[in-house]
Design a protein around this ligand. Structure first.
Ligand code: KG4
Ligand code: ZN
Length: 339
């Protein structure tokens, strides 16, 4: 069944982006994403609104992906969808669509783990100028997860470090909220930080043993600091926003880089990849690249494959397709899908 030119439709609806992608072998023919701007006014993703928007968007997004890929629907060999983890209502829209599509077209159905897909995004043909080889370490940093994964193969991945509280993306978003920025704050902090002094405000870093992370202490220290300074000068945040963003970003990056270096020293693996929404952060990308000076080999995916996208679901589907790892129509989505 497996052929080099397999065409896979990938569907991603785990959170607030409705995405569909057409992949031919490992090459992306299209990757279409509809972002849900509605959540901005609520300061975070509202699950019910997210599911409804997915339902409104999914057919159009899939049609756009097929037409952009210049293929016909009947050429699609399999459909891969995000089974979890994520928001249940959102996942149900994508999984139900994928199941119906597979049933109607009589093609195999492939269930994909969202976090593993972030890692396997590195194997998309145009993901980067080079690809990691197994085994490698992947620091997966998104809005809901922060993990160091020892990637032994496309199917064998071991989590060797994880956050004990907030995820790195959550730390960015919560800090942004305290600074009066809209949701999602991570990309805004990134942009504003460009012109700021990263050493202006040295926020304390957590002291967590081993390879685990913690970001809740940082959040509290930023909150106390801002409250104290704003009492003295109510315009403190406004006046110092660039330096505050740069300092917050710098602290989060240092926490991430310190741990991945420790993981590399412990495992003896020098290939370090990053994935997930936070890997779109320009300061983080620079800091990782800098590790090359110390003999690490680093892998940073193209910007569009960092944040949630269906191309990563399709490429994971491709790996599973090659092993005939299909699911049947009784499959269901899981908000806390196990690893
Ligand atoms: O992987 P992702 O798109 O969705 C999840 O699976 O969570 O990650 C979203 C997270 C959000 O917290 C967002 O603020 C953060 O990634 N993010 C960034 C940047 N772009 C996205 N954080 C910092 N800098 C960025 N440029
Ligand atoms: Zn994600």
């Amino acid at each position: 069944m497996a052929s080099k030119e397999t065409i896979i439709l990938g569907i991603e609806t785990s959170c607030d982006d409705t995405s569909a992608s057409i992949l031919k072998s490992y090459s992306v023919l299209s990757n279409v994403t509809a972002n849900q701007l509605i959540h901005e006014r609520y300061g975070g993703v509202v699950p019910e609104l997210a599911s409804r928007s997915h339902q409104e968007n999914i057919v159009q997004v899939v049609n756009a992906a097929i037409s952009k890929a210049s293929i016909e629907m009947k050429e699609i060999d399999a459909v891969a969808f995000t089974q979890g983890p994520g928001l249940l209502g959102s996942l149900l829209v994508g999984s139900s669509f994928a199941k119906s599509f597979a049933l109607a077209r009589k093609i195999p159905l492939i269930a994909v783990h969202h976090m593993k897909a972030h890692i396997l995004a590195h194997f998309i043909d145009d993901a980067g100028d080079k690809k990691p080889t197994f085994p490698f370490l992947c620091l997966t940093v998104s809005g809901g997860h922060t993990q160091i994964v020892l990637v032994k193969s496309a199917f064998e991945m071991e989590i060797i470090g994880k956050t004990i509280d907030d995820a790195a993306g959550e730390a960015f978003d919560k800090a942004a909220k305290m600074l009066g920025l809209s949701y999602p704050g991570g990309p805004l902090i990134d942009k504003i930080a460009e012109n700021g002094n990263a050493k202006a405000y040295p926020f304390s870093k957590p002291k967590i043993e081993g390879l685990d992370f913690s970001f809740s202490g940082l959040k509290t220290s930023i909150l106390y600091f801002l409250n104290t300074e704003s009492k003295k000068d109510p315009t403190f945040i406004q006046k110092n926003l660039t330096d505050l963003c740069a300092s917050v970003q710098h602290t989060i990056i240092e926490i991430l880089i310190d741990k991945i270096k420790t993981a590399s020293n412990q495992t003896g693996i020098r290939q370090i990849a990053i994935s997930g929404g936070v890997s779109a952060n320009s300061g983080f990308r620079r800091a990782l690249k800098d590790l090359e000076k110390n003999g690490f080999e680093t892998f940073i995916p193209k910007f569009e494959y960092c944040t949630d996208n269906a191309a990563m679901i399709a490429v994971t589907g491709k790996f599973l397709f090659e092993e005939n790892l299909f699911v049947d129509q009784s499959v269901s989505a899981h908000a806390r899908l196990i690893w």
